[in-house]
Design a protein around this ligand. Structure first.
Ligand SMILES: [Zn+2]
Length: 420
C-alpha cells in the first residue's frame, strides 16, 4: 500500500471527523492524525480471525461458487415474518440470506426463530428496534411504561436482557463488528455497527455501546468496523459490508438513501463511522463490492419514495437500502388447481418482499426488488414471483430513458432504476 495515500486518507479522515464530532475537535489535526495512525497500526497488527461459514445453513456444504452467486436481502422486518417467508426463501433458493435488522421491537422470540431456522444460510446485523428497550434512556422509559401496561412483557418482569438473548440466539450468524467468510461464494461478509439508530450523535447511545461492545466513541466504532473489513485473512474474497443504517455521504436530500425525511431541514442521517471505515479501507486498496443496509424506509413521510440505491463508480461499490416497509402485502391469488370450477376461484394470499442480488466473481451484476406470493397452505410448489423490479444492473446497454435515470455523476458503467 502506498504510504502517501494512507497518510493522506488519515489526514482527511481526522479533519472530517474533527468537523463532525466535537470531542475530536479539541485536538489538533496533527494529534488526530497521529491518534488515528496509532489506531490503524493496532488494527493492522491485531486482527481477529474471521468466522467460517462451515457448518452454517441447512446442509453446511457448498452450493454456489465464486463464479456466480445469489444473495437475498431481507429489509426491516418489523415483526412481519413467518412460515411464508421461510417457504419463499426455499422457493428462491439463494446462496445467502442477509438480514439488515429491525426484526421487531426487541422481539427475542422472533430473533430466536430466525437464529434457529435451518432452512436457509444467513448473516444478520441487528437494528435499533432490536434494542427497543435497551438502546437509549428513552427506550428504558418505554420499557417501564410497557411493563406497567402489560405483565406479559417477559424480559422486563425479570432480569432478562433482550439484547444478550438476541445475540446469543444468533451466535456466529450475527456479524455486527465482526466478519464471516463464505469460501464457496468467494465472499466475506463484514458487519458494521449493530443496533444503529442513525445520525451523528453518540451521547444518547454511549452507555449502550460501552456496555455491550466496550466502544467509547464514534471513532472507536469506526476502528472496530475497520477491524472486520481489513482482516488480511479475508483479503482474497470480495467484500460485502452489512449494516443496519447506511453510511453518510450518500446525499442529504430527503429522498437520498439515508436522507432525513422525518424533520426539517433534510439532512444526511447515515452513519459517519461506516463512511470513514469504508473510505480508509478503500485508501488501503480494500473496496467493498456491495454495502447493504436498511433502517430508512422507502416511503417518505411527506409522500413519495426514497432512492434506494447509489453507486460509487470510482470504487465499484454498490450501496443498497433494502428497507421496503411493510414488506408484506395481501394480493389476489387465482387457484389454478380448481380453475375449471365456475365458482370464484380468486383468493387472497400474502406477498413477501426481498431484494435479490446476483454477483459474479465478487462483482454485483444486478439487484431487483422481488415480491413472492405464498398461497396457503405454505408450499414451495405453489410459490411464484408476482413482481420483479430491477434496481441496479451492471450494463452498458442502452436502456429505456423513460423508466431509468442514469448515474452520470458516479459512473458510466452502472444504471439504476428507482424503487417503487
Ligand atoms: Zn432501524
Amino acid at each position: 500500500m502506498c504510504l502517501f495515500v494512507q497518510r493522506r486518507a488519515l489526514f482527511s479522515l481526522s479533519r472530517r471527523i474533527a468537523k463532525r464530532i466535537p470531542l475530536l475537535s479539541k485536538k489538533s489535526s496533527f494529534e488526530n492524525m497521529m491518534m488515528m495512525s496509532d489506531r490503524k497500526n493496532m488494527i493492522m497488527s491485531d486482527r481477529t480471525s474471521p468466522r467460517s461459514m462451515d457448518g452454517v445453513g441447512p446442509t453446511g456444504t457448498t452450493r454456489g461458487s465464486a463464479e456466480s452467486c445469489t444473495l437475498l436481502v431481507v429489509g426491516d422486518v418489523h415483526n412481519q415474518w413467518g412460515d411464508e417467508d421461510e417457504t419463499a426463501i426455499e422457493f428462491l433458493d439463494p446462496d445467502m440470506v442477509i438480514f439488515v435488522g429491525d426484526i421487531g421491537n426487541e422481539d427475542v422470540d422472533l430473533v430466536q426463530r430466525i437464529g434457529s431456522c435451518t432452512r436457509y444460510r444467513k448473516v444478520v446485523v441487528l437494528g435499533n428496534h432490536d434494542a427497543w428497550y435497551s438502546l437509549t434512556s428513552r427506550g428504558k422509559q418505554r420499557a417501564i411504561k410497557a411493563a406497567l401496561q402489560s405483565s406479559s412483557l417477559k424480559r422486563i418482569s425479570g432480569n432478562r436482557d433482550g439484547v444478550v438473548e438476541s445475540l446469543t440466539a444468533l451466535g456466529d450468524c450475527h456479524i455486527g463488528y465482526s466478519s464471516m467468510v463464505a469460501d464457496d461464494l468467494g465472499l466475506v461478509f463484514a458487519g458494521a455497527r449493530p443496533f444503529s439508530k442513525g445520525g451523528m450523535h453518540w451521547g444518547t447511545v454511549a452507555e449502550f455501546y460501552k456496555k455491550y461492545y466496550n466502544v467509547d466513541s464514534m471513532e472507536d466504532s469506526m476502528s472496530k468496523i475497520l477491524e472486520s473489513v481489513l482482516d488480511e485473512k479475508n483479503a482474497e474474497h470480495a467484500l460485502v459490508v452489512v449494516a443496519h443504517n447506511g453510511p453518510t455521504g450518500l446525499g442529504s436530500r430527503q429522498e437520498d438513501p439515508c436522507g432525513v425525511d422525518f424533520m426539517e431541514p433534510a439532512d444526511d442521517f447515515g452513519d459517519p463511522d461506516l463512511e470513514e471505515a469504508l473510505e480508509v479501507a478503500a485508501s488501503c486498496g480494500r473496496c467493498a463490492s456491495l454495502v447493504l443496509f436498511g433502517h430508512m424506509h422507502h416511503t417518505l413521510k411527506k409522500g413519495g419514495y426514497r432512492n434506494m440505491v447509489s453507486v460509487d463508480g470510482d470504487h465499484g461499490t454498490v450501496y443498497l437500502n433494502a428497507a421496503v416497509v411493510p414488506r408484506t402485502k395481501n394480493v389476489p391469488y387465482t387457484n389454478t388447481m380448481i380453475q375449471n370450477n365456475d365458482d370464484d376461484t380468486t383468493e387472497m394470499a400474502t406477498s413477501r418482499h426481498f431484494v435479490k442480488v446476483t454477483m459474479s466473481r465478487g462483482v454485483v451484476q444486478e439487484a431487483s426488488n422481488i415480491w413472492v406470493t405464498v398461497p396457503q397452505p405454505c408450499d414451495v410448489s405453489s410459490c411464484h414471483i408476482s413482481e420483479s423490479q430491477l434496481i441496479v444492473k451492471r450494463s452498458t446497454d442502452a436502456m429505456d430513458e423513460s423508466t431509468l435515470s442514469y448515474y452520470k455523476a458516479h459512473s458510466d458503467e452502472w444504471e439504476h432504476v428507482r424503487v417503487l
